[in-house]
Design a binder for this molecule. Structure first.
Ligand SMILES: Cc1cc2nc3c(=O)[nH]c(=O)nc-3n(C[C@H](O)[C@H](O)[C@H](O)COP(=O)(O)OP(=O)(O)OC[C@H]3O[C@@H](n4cnc5c(N)ncnc54)[C@H](O)[C@@H]3O)c2cc1C
Length: 420
């Protein structure tokens, strides 16, 4: 590949204690946690929405993770969320709340504002600037061109480890044997109109007549009878969403599948429903994992391992959508296990960068369990506290903060750990 050199003078937009890149579940929780430690924070998000997959991806359901605590609990309480049976968050082991993604988007805007976090939309990470092993700035593309943001600590919540990779942190991707990642899914919603609809399949869209012909070979949706809405997770496209070609192809293929699945559902159980909303982008389950000070493994989940530097906890099952795109999912129950802070700390490359969210240091199998959103909120909150403490105590490496102070500060923010 030919290379060109880019040399530019870039205006410094801001200088803060902590810079968070990516405003999904991990990034929003991280930014609020930093502010609650009394430190300045800027959160940069490339879309127009906070919430990541929960809003931009319309994944409007949170899986049960064995605990409802900290920032995640606040959201469930504030939005008065309940599960299919109308139960609230106190039914902890079973709690699988459905939520309205548009309302969540508005809620997060207010929540970040109330916390005093500076949030910039339409800002996409471009490059990491380092002096020695220390990140000094990130360069971002904005509506006004390139800008630089200086910070003392950085948290990569892009899901793809984009900042970490550019900063020289080693990463790995997908299955050990071939690097294949879980497939992608474009979520959509249907709405009951109360009258029979004539099914229509636009040209160029696949038609499905039998369940086994469907992209996932199964029906997967959640019906909210009170509002007549159907949240559908039934498309499936192979590929790695962090690759240029795969990302573009999947947006075309998955949208064509949406129309095919709608056509199928209208003829099989939902004759009065219309397509009401398609997510702004295809949902990405798995791309890059950093190589951290510790890599969470399948065995850690199998034995429900505890760690002295626990950052958050989880018992969501191992849930691997087949990377080859065929068949169902590899689903295996696990007990409540810890995710240690070391999984968020790069093994090498920088001394003032953490990651939070699905790009943590974990094996292909382990990340399939960790990736769900309540856990990402938990990781984000922990990373925010850790970064703020590193600033407060002036530690040389963010991974070397005092763990008892870290746990004390998380508790002050309403985080409870089982068995600690
Ligand atoms: C189809 C699908 C179904 C799922 N089902 C469930 C479910 O039922 N329940 C559940 O709890 N979880 C589910 N998950 C998992 C969960 O949604 C994700 O793993 C989780 O959202 C990851 O959180 P995150 O904060 O790490 O990343 P994301 O949610 O991906 O957020 C990352 C954010 O960073 C931004 N960003 C990325 N790159 C840049 C950049 N360069 N510059 C600036 N901003 C950037 C993105 O726009 C985004 O807002 C599902 C995922 C998918 C894809």
């Amino acid at each position: 590949m030919n290379k060109i050199k880019l040399q530019r003078d870039i205006p410094e937009l801001a200088s803060v204690d902590v810079c968070v890149i990516g405003g999904g579940p991990a990034g929003t929780a991280a930014a609020v946690a930093v502010r609650r430690c009394g430190r300045s924070v800027i959160l940069m998000e490339r879309t127009a929405q906070l919430g990541g997959m929960a809003t931009t991806g319309s994944v409007a359901i949170w899986m049960s993770v064995g605990t409802v605590t900290g920032f995640y609990k606040e959201i469930c309480q504030d939005l008065e969320l309940s599960d299919f049976l109308g139960r609230d968050w106190t039914t902890i082991p079973m709690f699988v709340p459905l939520f309205n993604p548009f309302r969540l988007r508005h809620y997060l805007n207010r929540k970040l504002e109330d916390a005093g976090a500076t949030v910039h939309f339409h800002m996409e990470f471009v490059a990491a600037m380092k002096e020695g092993g220390t990140l000094t700035h990130v360069v971002v593309m904005t509506r006004e061109g390139l800008r630089a943001v200086r910070a003392r600590q950085f948290i990569d919540c892009t899901g793809n480890a984009s900042v970490a990779i550019d900063a020289g942190v080693p990463t790995r991707s997908g299955r050990d044997e071939d690097g294949a990642t879980q497939p992608m899914t474009l979520m959509f919603m249907m709405q009951d109109t109360g009258r029979t609809i004539t099914p229509f399949l636009p040209k160029g869209c696949p038609g499905y007549d039998r369940v086994e012909d469907l992209p996932q070979g199964r029906r997967l949706y959640w019906e909210d009878k009170a509002t007549g809405t159907l949240l559908v997770n039934m498309t499936r496209v192979r590929g790695n969403g962090a690759k240029i070609e795969d990302a573009s192809r999947c947006e075309r293929e998955s949208l064509a599948q949406v129309f095919g699945v709608v056509h199928f559902l209208q003829r099989n159980g939902f004759p009065t429903y219309v397509l009401a909303h398609v997510a702004a982008q295809t949902g990405i389950r798995e791309t890059n994992q950093i190589v951290g000070r510790f890599t969470l493994s399948q065995e850690d989940l199998a034995v429900a391992r505890r760690f002295p530097d626990v950052a958050t906890q989880n018992n969501y099952e191992i849930d691997i959508h087949n990377p080859t795109g065929k068949g169902g999912c590899d689903e295996r129950k696990v007990g409540l296990y810890d995710i240690p802070l070391r999984c968020l700390v790069p093994m090498s490359g920088t001394d003032n960068l953490l990651v939070a969210g699905r790009c943590l240091s974990a094996s292909h199998v382990a990340m399939s369990s960790v990736r769900v959103m309540p856990v990402c909120f938990g990781m984000g909150q922990a990373a925010g506290v850790a970064a703020a403490l590193a600033v407060e105590h002036g530690v040389g490496h963010v991974g070397d903060i005092d763990i008892s102070v870290f746990h004390g500060r998380l508790r002050k923010q309403g985080v409870e750990f089982y068995g600690l």
